[in-house]
Design a protein around this ligand. Structure first.
Ligand code: G3P
Length: 218
């Protein structure tokens, strides 16, 4: 399972990269706004800065919602850096744009996916990644992990190459649940990734090891 970090915060991206487990980054317009990145030139420069920190795929989202606009923005983003993945929403023109990019060899991440049917269309259009938003489904008393499980099942059944990128992850437990249902990728805030490290028995065990060592060696 690949680990992506879901942020535009350069310090968080660096910290995850330094851990040695980072496979890529996902961003969206809200995450860019959270970091105060505005204006086309600044936004493009920020994507380049992210690409310089990580080795893997970096999702950069189009703002346009019409086909011509998505193609124009997507081509600019893809030309920015070889690691850029063009992030496109699952709307009618989005599917057409994904097909267009797929034919041109430009990699895509189909975003804002909330149903297996949307994921099926994304795969048919040739998306590189599909992003089911599991946390936002949980927020409305639906079952986000069940959606990830169903998409994995459908893609495996037909052998689709599209990778299931579980997004809108809100907790460490979400990451574990995604691993259990076979998500290809999770994208998560740094905090939820670091949460995987935590166990009170690890802390207690380490404390005891050091105490016992120091009894004889100090
Ligand atoms: O990258 C998109 C997704 O991860 C958004 O997460 O927490 O805003 O639902 P969230």
């Amino acid at each position: 399972m690949k680990f992506f970090i879901d942020t535009a915060n350069l310090a968080h991206i660096r910290e995850a990269q330094e851990l040695g487990i980072l496979d890529g980054v996902t961003t969206n317009p809200s995450l860019m706004a959270k970091e105060g990145i505005k204006g086309e030139e600044n936004i493009l420069n920020h994507y380049k800065a992210i690409c310089e920190i990580v080795d893997g795929d970096v999702s950069a989202e189009v703002i346009a919602t019409d086909l011509a606009g998505m193609i124009r923005e997507g081509e600019i983003l893809a030309a920015l850096h070889p690691q850029i993945i063009v992030k496109v929403p699952i709307i009618k023109d989005g599917i057409k744009a994904i097909k267009y990019f797929s034919n041109k060899g430009i990699k895509t991440n189909c975003t804002l996916v909330f149903s297996p049917g949307q994921a099926l269309l994304a795969a048919k259009a040739g998306a590189t990644y599909v992003s089911p938003f599991l946390g936002r489904l949980d927020d409305i008393s639906s079952d986000g992990i069940e959606l990830v499980r169903q998409i994995v099942e459908i893609y495996n059944f037909y052998g689709f190459a599209t990778q299931v990128l579980a997004a809108s992850i809100r907790s460490t437990q979400h990451i574990i649940q995604c691993a259990r249902v076979g998500a290809d990728v999770i994208t998560s805030p740094l905090e939820s990734i670091l949460g995987l490290l935590k166990h009170p028995l690890t802390d207690l065990g380490l404390k005891k090891f050091l105490e016992d060592y120091n009894k004889l060696n100090s």
